[in-house]
Design a protein around this ligand. Structure first.
Ligand code: PTJ
Length: 246
């Protein structure tokens, strides 16, 4: 592990990168997960590496949607497990959601490593591990089609972070409400989901956990297309400010 100077101006970003690299070394993260992270980093740079106003609105709506759900599931992939294990458990507890491991680049070795870190962080029951209770989602070619009958398959709301577009579309076709974290507001997942949180999952999950603890509000006016437009305009504003100061 390379020592990162504490005074580095992009310390947080480097620490996140290191978590991903460690996650890769420990079989949590797929090689392609490192590439996905690189894409995310580029967008994070464009949004100014902080949670925007539109992301905060999306987070509020997501907390309400999860709490109002009958059967909500948090879908966990390698990047999510490496970056936010404690927050996954806390969110599941606050919103009474199930946790399911669902991988694009699936292997038993990776599933084991992800299960281990989730259990270490306090998970009791994890879906998506038992072949006997698995079934297939229509419209997907990747291993992501294999889902748990009692988990994603029967869920009404699914949180799918850092997701590929095909599965988001398949889940929408299966009439599920979808919440996602995606730093790219132009991705198919961002455009297809019911709630897209355009923020780094490491910042946004902490805020979502805090929001999900709050009592009170049972509904919120929220429009994902408007919110995505706002995210894009926030990037534009940020770039204009940078160009002015260049
Ligand atoms: O663990 P697996 O096998 O299920 O594979 C997971 C990856 C992420 C490799 C897989 O889902 C994948 O290939 O995803 P995509 O299609 O590359 O989409 C990932 C999206 O997440 C991209 O739009 C990235 O910009 C975005 N992203 C990357 N890092 C972050 C992020 N969004 C929020 N926070 C991040 N830290």
């Amino acid at each position: 592990m390379t020592a990162i100077p504490k005074s580095h101006p992009r310390l947080n970003s480097l620490l996140i990168r290191e978590k991903l690299v460690n996650g890769f070394d420990n079989n949590l993260v797929a090689k392609e997960g490192l590439l996905a992270h690189g894409r995310g980093e580029a967008f994070d740079y464009l949004i100014g590496e902080k949670t925007s106003k539109s992301a905060k609105e999306a987070i509020k709506a997501a907390a309400i949607m999860l709490k109002n759900a009958e059967n909500s599931v948090i879908s966990v992939n390698g990047n999510f497990a490496a970056l936010c294990p404690k927050e996954i458990i806390a969110l599941a507890k606050n919103t009474d959601s199930k946790i399911e491991v669902n991988l694009f680049y699936s292997s038993e070795k990776r599933k084991k490593a992800i299960t281990k870190i989730l259990k270490k962080s306090g998970a009791k029951k994890i879906f998506g591990l038992n072949k006997k209770s698995s079934t297939k989602l229509l419209g997907i070619d990747s291993a992501r089609r294999i889902v748990d009958k009692d988990g994603i398959f029967s869920a009404d709301v699914v949180l799918v972070p850092l997701e590929d577009g095909d599965r988001t579309i398949a889940l929408k076709n299966a009439k599920k409400k979808i919440i996602t974290f995606d730093l790219n507001p132009l991705s198919r997942t961002a455009e297809t989901s019911d709630i897209t949180i355009v923020d780094n999952v490491t910042r946004a999950m902490k805020l979502l956990v805090a929001e999900s603890k709050k009592k009170g509000k049972k509904s919120i006016k929220y429009n994902n297309n408007k919110n995505l437009k706002q995210s894009i305009l926030e990037i534009k504003k940020n770039l204009e400010r940078r160009a002015k100061n260049a």
